[in-house]
Design a protein around this ligand. Sequence first.
Ligand code: HPA
Ligand code: ZN
Length: 329
Amino acid sequence: MRKFIDLHLHLDGSVPVATIKKLISEHHYPIPSDEKLRQELSVDSNCKSLDQFLEKFALPNKLMQTRHDIKTIVYDLLVELKEQGLVYAEIRFAPQLHTKKRLTQENVIKAAIEGLNQFLIDQKQENSNQPELHAGLILCLMRFANNQKENMETVELAKKFLNHGVVGLDLAGAEGPIPNIKYKQFFDRAQELGIPYTIHAGEAAGPDSIRQALEMGAKRIGHGIRCTEDKKLTQELIDRQIILECCATSNMNTKAFDQIDSYPIKKLLHKGMKVTLNSDDMTVSNTNLPREYKLLEEKTNLTSEEETTLYLNAVDAAFTSPDEKIRLR
Ligand code: HPA
Ligand code: ZN
């Protein structure tokens, strides 16, 4: 079986539909038809922007407010990822989005770690010769206007749980009027605490947002695909061997990029850029990582050698230990 690594995968955008149905039923909410559920959870060709894309997170976020639901979602997602052939995944979520009922950010993180640990225990007991799936959690800070306190709490909690399930931090959410650089203080603190991080940039916002992420010390950029609009920046990313976490279907959905046939991953790879291929939001985009590879094989003639390079770039970029990297190689 082919091996895959996903470094950019949002928990709330990737909840398996069967799990959503199970949780709706457990909560005794009205069960929508399959058609209605699909419309609520996934974008269609009418999606015109990141803002419209992010509207699809409303239902999963409504469900992800109890320890049981978060644990269940992490567990079920990992089962699905293993079936797809993943051997390593970094799963990201924003603890502050899941505190609408009684949970604290710390409870949210503990629930996700419980789901991860339960999966690892059950996997050990399986008698299978398929390679194991290991995973780490990335905690997202949110690009909201008045959440400094919540963002700083997420940073401190990342330190508390670092190497106990959590592997790093991210900055996510709509790329509205507040530029990335306004969140620099949180990543300065992350640096002080020795927490690795990635930052979403160059998706809805252009090259400038990537420059800001670099100024904030990011070694990995979520998406970053719009660097292609700026030759000098592209060269800087290559020279510094910055990792791009590319997500092709998601970029088509949000219109960060509009032509899959000219999706530039191959071009960037051949220029020497450290690109990786990831799924972003499986349920929202109705995709998964094997499908993303297949799409680029069909539309851009991505070869198996190029796929191996993408895989090895992901091994290099993973927020994980040298021993785990040896296992993955
Ligand atoms: N960008 C920013 N925030 C997000 C995304 C994205 O692509 N997906 C889920 N949250
Ligand atoms: Zn993302």
